[in-house]
Design a binder for this molecule. Sequence first.
Ligand code: PLP
Length: 305
Amino acid sequence: MTLHINTPLIESRPLSLTAERSIWLKLEALQPCGSFKLRGVGHACEVQHARGARRFVSSSGGNAGLAVAYAGRKLGVPVTVVVPETTTERAKELLRQEDANVVVHGSSWQEANALAQTLIGAEDAFIHPFDDPLLWAGHASLIDEVAASGFKPDAVVLSVGGGGLLSGVVEGLTRNGWHDVPVLAVETDGAASLHAAMQAGHTVELERIDSIATSLGAKRVAEQAMTCTRRHPVQSHRVSDRAALEACERFLLDHRVLVEPACGAALALAYTPGALGSYQQVLVVVCGGATATLEQIRAWLEGCA
Ligand SMILES: *Cc1c(COP(=O)(O)O)cnc(C)c1O
């Protein structure tokens, strides 16, 4: 038994017609808490629970925090999530719905995280949103499921924030012997920390995040993400906030699933004719995201030039 579910893998007719090739979707938006995060976070929580953790602590007001809250409720372990004042009511409501103890502190994630670190007692486990080998091992199950289905893509498209999903997918490709399947790693222009790292040849800290795709807003990617780019073919792509938002709207129409702009970024690449090079069987990780509402996506679109 795992906390995450085996998600549907479907060939998208509308996306395939638009991209003029076969586009396959791994529908992580259908995980019980709305994103792929449950794979890695669920695995990390199960391991920490088995090691005797009495409480889980998170400092993510986004999908990672939600996954910790969900995992804690399922495992019967109390969860504390420290979030900054900028966290939306919607996100706090979702966390409380999972019975998490939500502590609001500070004006930035840094301040919330600093408080969270002081709360961690000897019997508590801090669950990182992207930088932990336990997370990557859990995320890798996504590729195991694709391999077990009998379908082999010739490229994988995914979004990158801190690079946890990328690290997990590369681990999954590697352990299934798919060294020849490149990853197309997509970020929004204002949150392109992997792109900056690949250009510099080492991880770098962005001065600031300037994107509505908050789930991609890691100023610096994990070292492991950089290591992945050296061991496996990874191409970096960037899309505008507007393209990510338009992809969300279009995907809602095409597949009746609402995703965050963080996921819209990966979808935007598939919706852009020509962006996929010569790949013919493309797997898109529909990473999902539970914190955006349709009203918010429409308001952002109106605010975008
Ligand atoms: C966390 C998240 C990402 C980015 O994942 P990383 O592991 O931080 O790179 C992308 N999309 C959604 C919806 C997320 O919740």
